[in-house]
Design a protein. Structure first.
Length: 356
């Protein structure tokens, strides 16, 4: 890839946390102006053979949390990622369990915590919006915290592994996109803390509900699920309307490789209101006789257009929940919200947490 301006910011040198040997690893951002992409590089890390993430954090690698800043203003319109080893060989994308890109300056739509700009799992794949119509505004100098979790389902060791996230953008000053949209996320394990849930034998469901901080329209909606999920639903509890239901997309072997996406902009979105309650619910079916520890997740995520061209709200760093959530994604504490709030669930600084 030709890079006219390689602006590398936020390099972090630290030991990789997890089952791999400690080595230099970090996060850096490159502005590839020729291809109109911000490229975020995570790594390098080594992945030993047999490091498969089997419903828990054991066997996983957590590259150090990194912070970068966007070198220019732009409108994001799509993303994709690739995984390569130290020799430049392309590796299977399911080495990525999840990637999180967090903008601490902004708040989430449904909670006063840091906004999740983007959350990617191995089943997410490449996604894009029509760049003439929709774009997520990025401000020059805007901070981005990057957290990630990798594992190795390939059965072979790999060294010098890097994840390269490509964020496609439209330059500021163009007459498009016509509409500014902003990311939002609702997790069934909200409000804060570890996001995995245990799966009892048979069918189970997990949900969280709340109200948005402003009125507007959901334009695109998708989700992150784990292997035994049957579906995930987002609904208006107040009106009784089902807004969207996502279904797993499986390959010929029955393995999860994607989730359906709702491109609601085709009907100019679905309007939501701050005086309504909304619920995200994920459904699982565990065919075994045993409870699978940390076997499930359920995240609804998408982009939202405020009514009347309203500005996105800034986060209140003094808010107690904001502070707790920030300590969690910076890997300073670990546990569920209730455990942490009562003084439990706290581990040594730098220990990994399992969040999507």
């Amino acid at each position: 890839m030709k890079t006219s301006i390689a602006l590398v910011v936020g390099a972090l040198v630290a030991g990789a946390v997890g089952s791999s040997a400690a080595q230099e690893a970090g996060v850096r951002l490159i502005n590839d102006e020729d291809n109109r992409e911000f490229v975020i590089v995570i790594g390098p890390v080594d992945l030993a053979a047999g490091m498969h993430h089997a419903h828990g954090a054991h066997g996983a690698v957590f590259p150090p949390v990194g912070t970068v800043r966007f070198p220019a203003g732009a409108y994001l319109k799509g993303f994709s990622y690739e995984v390569v080893d130290g020799d430049g060989n392309v590796l299977p994308p399911d080495i990525v369990h999840h990637l999180n890109f967090i903008t601490p300056e902004n708040r989430e739509l449904f909670l006063p915590i840091s906004q999740r700009l983007l959350a990617v799992g191995s089943e997410t794949g490449s996604q894009s919006m029509p760049g003439w119509l929709l774009g997520v505004p990025i401000i020059e100098g805007q901070e981005l915290v990057v957290t990630s979790m990798l594992h190795n389902p390939t059965g072979k060791a790999h060294s010098g592994v890097e994840v390269r996230m490509h964020l496609e953008y439209v330059k500021i000053g163009r007459p498009w996109p016509l509409l500014s949209v902003y990311p939002f996320q609702v997790d069934v394990a909200f409000p804060a803390g570890d996001k995995s849930v245990d799966l009892p034998p048979g069918t189970s469901q997990f949900s969280w509900e709340g109200s948005p901080s402003m009125e507007g329209r959901i334009m695109v909606i998708g989700s992150h699920l784990h292997e035994l999920a049957t579906h995930i639903r987002f609904e208006d509890v107040t009106s009784g309307e089902e807004i969207w239901e996502g279904r797993p997309i499986r390959n010929a072997n029955g393995e999860l490789e994607g989730v359906t996406v709702g491109r609601l902009y085709r009907k100019f979105g679905v309007k939501i209101f701050p005086d309504h309650r909304y619920r995200a619910t994920v459904f699982y079916d565990n065919p075994t006789q045993d409870t699978i520890q940390a076997g499930g997740m359920g995240v609804v995520a998408g982009v939202f257009m405020p009514s009347g061209g309203g500005m996105w709200p800034k986060a209140d760093a003094s808010n107690e929940l904001y502070a707790l959530d920030r300590r969690h994604y910076l890997q300073e504490v670990r546990g569920s919200y209730d455990l942490i709030a009562s003084g439990g669930g706290v581990i040594e600084p730098g220990a990994p947490s399992h969040e999507h």
